[in-house]
Design a protein around this ligand. Sequence first.
Ligand code: HEC
Ligand code: HEC
Length: 334
Amino acid sequence: MKYFFLSILVLTIISCKKKNDDDLAFQLIYPSYFPTPVYNFKNNELTKEKFELGRKLFYDGILSSDNSVSCGTCHSQVHGFADHNVNFSSGVNNLKGTRNSPAITNMIWSPAFMWDGGVNHIEVFSVAPITNPVEMNETMSNVISKLNNNSEYKNLFKIAYGIDNITDQAMLRALTIYMSMMVSCNSKYDKVRQGKVSFSTDEAEGYELFKQKCASCHSEPLFTNYQYKNNGLDSIYTDLGRGRITFNANDNGKFKVPSLRNVELTYPYMHDGRFWTLEQVLEHYNSGIKHSATLAPELASGLPMTADEKKKIIAFLKTLTDYTIISDFKFAPQ
Ligand code: HEC
Ligand code: HEC
């Protein structure tokens, strides 16, 4: 009898814990040293149902014209939600764009999207890949009618958003909820900041060098200052970058400073995926800076680094890999 009660008690504790874990899994959790997110969930409160619907949409080819390409095709979890080892991802009909698919974790902190910042709200972002001929090549009206003809989606939108007719707004908001949960904050760097582990000697020295040479643009804790900078890739620009949006010649050749979280996994690098390794990236800053009118002044004489310094900076960059998010089953196609 005693054992019977004890096992009931144990079972109750286990099941309570399970429930709490489930609830916790659908709260937005980020460290105290992160700033307040730009996206505030106003009019789109975070719920498990919306998250699961957003995840289903993210991995569903139904958003593309021939049902073959999903968001997940170009934003792969194991690569920190960047591309699969290609400089330009293939969309519908195997067409390729001219820019590298960026990692899309921590998007709710980003004030603007795309390498050139051409989209300024995450809730409208997904219209861009859906309607881009070299990505999903679809029209919004066609996506919405495909979804409305699908009884499973009808039901899921009813549960998540309480609507009988699926609208583009609800679809975009569900995708936003799924992306908003992609918070990458469990790297070794974070554990060091939280006092749980320490850096190795190389990592610690690399961190100091990083702060001197790189952090003016790749600022902690998100490893970007979200500004547009020309980091000296070309002297003649084939892609005008920010200038394409502002039509201001002073912005030509500038691109949004990318976050370096999970950078070990998100190769190839730069807006056109021209570098395949971190060694090549560091060699670019060391000896490859190309001069032009809009080059960031702090890069005018390059960032000279010895072989040993480069090695240490790379050791530090690898502490930004977050194994939790790349293996978290809740982000995988179910
Ligand atoms: C064919 C590949 C492809 C598909 C499919 C695709 N993307 Fe992307 N994604 C890209 C590329 C390339 C960029 C960078 C585009 C640019 O800067 O011009 C990008 C950029 C983004 C960004 C902005 C990242 C940043 O740092 O500014 C987000 C968010 C995003 N995609 C989400 C999605 C979602 C959601 C879907 C599905 C609705 C999707 N993508 C479908 C390739 C793709
Ligand atoms: C003046 C600002 C600035 C400084 C300083 C700077 N970067 Fe960058 N970095 C950028 C910009 C802008 C890009 C994107 C350029 C592009 O793709 O056209 C970038 C891209 C990168 C990328 C590629 C990321 C990706 O996902 O494609 C890496 C890696 C990187 N920088 C590492 C470093 C390191 C390491 C240092 C210091 C040695 C450094 N950066 C210093 C502005 C800067």
